[in-house]
Write a protein that binds this ligand. Sequence first.
Ligand code: LRH
Ligand code: MN
Ligand code: MN
Length: 389
Amino acid sequence: MAVDLAAVRQALAAQRIETPSWAFGNSGTRFKVFAQPGVPRSPEEKIADAATVHRFTGVTPTVALHIPWDEVDDYRALADHAASLGVGIGAINTNVFQDDDYKLGSVTNPDPGIRRKATDHLLQAVGIMDATGSRDLKLWFADGINYPGQDDLRSRQDRLASALREAYGRLGEHQRILLEYKLFEPAFYATDIPDWGTSYAHCIELGERATVCIDTGHHAPGTNIEFIVAFLLRQKKLGAFDFNSRFYADDDLMAGAADPFQLFRIMNEIVRGGALDPAYGINFMLDQCHNIEMRIPAIIRSVLNIQEATAKALLVDRDALARAQAEGDVLEANAVLMDAYDTDVRPLLAEVRSDLGLDPDPVRAYLRSGYQEKIVADRVGGRQAGWGA
Ligand code: LRH
Ligand code: MN
Ligand code: MN
């Protein structure tokens, strides 16, 4: 087999995945939030949990923040706190969807005063990035309309473009915009950035430092996400992932839980495109909520799922695949891919972890560590740290 196992191990050890601060807080559906004991009471405690995930996985050295859910007075101090725990602050996520003013939209709102307020929030987020040393400004807009005729679709695109231009102009030299899209929800008739094509077109207009963020839960059922990955990589316009799993809509379940084969196909395109190395610049983030399961082990599990999909992608025999493709050998080409997918990579990953000085079984190691019992005892009165905070 023409796969260099030493290189595979090295790539797995060097892989980086970013955790989301909001995944550590209580969350739920619009029907019920089931509170869990030990929930973080502050951004500092969310970062402590993220640092714990990193301590057991070794591949999650950054945590994304969501403003204002993680609002503090001193962001530099927050970054110092993170550094003291062995992690860094990653992407800054904006929130222009939880204010009454945004009923008809944020940056696309027909009211220029509300557009100003929303755009100012984006600029404020870049200020936070300056303080935390973050590279990525992640933008997701809940903007859209519920009824045909409610607003002018095209004018909303103009307003969006103008706000994006302003935010882009505020970026420092090493900062960039990650522009997320979502098919529907909360708007039901038309969303202002519903798909990768719309995000891509706005990113092209903005310039080199604007790239698309693919949230795996934000597509219609059956969408071929790996095609989007391949296309955007070819255009050098893929900047990030928000990984999660979905059965029906934006379920935000653990990455790799609902459809591990899809995750493999995505990571296969990443490996094929030479985009796994952190130096390439893709931010592989999780964007999940844990409604009924224990959070920290669920996040660790998600990281392991991504690592397993990645290991399988790295095991694809690229020479054999290229040969079969060139010969038009449909069955053999498919078999080469499936051979890699069907490999049990858990022993390989256990070795990689041992080499890094980690426990080979991070979920069980966490459960044995006593951290969960400690946060349950210490954090009495935890509040919902994400949605509705
Ligand atoms: C929107 C979204 C977006 C938000 C996050 C909390 O559905 O995926 O990334 O910032 O959820
Ligand atoms: Mn997302
Ligand atoms: Mn989402």
